[in-house]
Design a protein around this ligand. Structure first.
Ligand SMILES: NC(=O)c1ccc[n+]([C@@H]2O[C@H](COP(=O)([O-])OP(=O)(O)OC[C@H]3O[C@@H](n4cnc5c(N)ncnc54)[C@H](OP(=O)(O)O)[C@@H]3O)[C@@H](O)[C@H]2O)c1
Length: 278
């Protein structure tokens, strides 16, 4: 490994081709980080190296694969090792949610969700931990959700997965502090990224729309606060207010309000076909 390669700082972002992940890639590139971007579909990644190299003069490598496949995490690690670079930042961002009755989604849909939101995050972190320990300073950021704080009828499996993300991140943070690795968890509410979240934002109440932000806004806050070594990153004042309210409002009332909101008859059920699952 040449000295020039060792001096470069690299960040790996899962789900780096779209939405919050793509905007976090922009934020890191602005700060001079070179990027390793992983996503499901290769076509969404192909133009990114040239775009980023021209705009920010940083190096970008891309890998398209399904992180829920059995050997995907090993494949990511082998791809990384072949490059001969060192990782400073790991961002476990790839994930997805849904809206609707538990019995309106298939078992394979829920398995995919749990494998991506939970298992891929833990496995990638475990795979890269020794490399991160080898750095003077390193960062891990896992993407949770406002659902990390609330139980959420009609989003039950998603909310449970994001509670796992939150708890895992906060516990691991304490373990990794002696190694100069800062672990953060990002907990956004609605972010206007894909067609599902844009549709849902139109269909939900004005109160839900208050906590809806653009991916650019969320990514800028996320990267700033991650580099400041914040444990929990809540983008937006309204989000902070909503999260604080859970300690004040009666639990039954909150569940009633959420049920009414998320079980509206005219709400669209998410189309999971893009994720390659029924
Ligand atoms: N949007 C929101 O309202 C919101 C709110 C709170 C938390 N979050 C969380 O924020 C994170 C990012 O969400 P987003 O809305 O920005 O996502 P998004 O715009 O839908 O993009 C998802 C990214 O993940 C990749 N991906 C999906 N399935 C994958 C798989 N099986 N293997 C590898 N990569 C995969 C996608 O690749 P392709 O583009 O190639 O498909 C894409 O790059 C998620 O963890 C989500 O739960 C989102």
């Amino acid at each position: 490994m040449s000295n020039a390669t060792l001096e470069k700082r690299y960040a790996l972002i899962t789900g780096g081709s779209h939405g919050i992940g793509l905007q976090m890639a922009h934020e890191l590139a602005k700060r001079g980080y070179h990027l390793l971007l992983v996503a499901l579909h290769t076509d969404g990644l192909l133009a990114l190296p040239e775009t980023f190299e021209q705009k920010y003069q940083v190096e970008v490598r891309v890998l398209g694969l399904d992180l829920t496949d059995e050997h995907a995490v090993d494949q990511v690690y082998e791809w990384y090792q072949q490059m001969g670079v060192r990782l400073n930042i790991l961002i476990n961002n790839a994930g997805f949610g849904y809206l609707g009755r538990f019995d309106s989604y298939s078992i394979s849909f829920f398995n995919k969700l749990m494998k991506l939101n939970v298992i891929a995050m833990v496995n990638l972190t475990r795979r890269f931990i020794e490399d991160l320990k080898g750095q003077d300073k390193a960062y891990v950021m896992n993407v949770g959700s406002i659902a990390s704080y609330y139980d959420a009828p009609y989003k039950s499996v998603y909310a449970a997965s994001k509670k796992f993300v939150y708890s895992f991140s906060r516990s691991l943070r304490v373990e990794l502090l002696p190694f100069n690795i800062s672990v953060s968890v990002l907990t956004p509410a609605g972010v206007l990224t894909n067609e599902n979240t844009i549709k849902a934002s139109k269909e939900l109440s004005w109160a839900a729309r208050l906590v809806t932000y653009t991916p650019q806004e969320v990514a800028a806050k996320a990267i700033d606060n991650m580099l400041r070594e914040r444990a929990v990153i809540i983008p937006g004042a309204f989000n902070k207010f909503y999260i604080a309210m859970r300690k004040v409002l009666p639990y039954g009332l909150v569940m009633h309000m959420m049920s009414r909101q998320f079980s509206k008859k005219n709400l669209s059920i998410y189309d999971p076909s893009r994720l390659g699952v029924d």
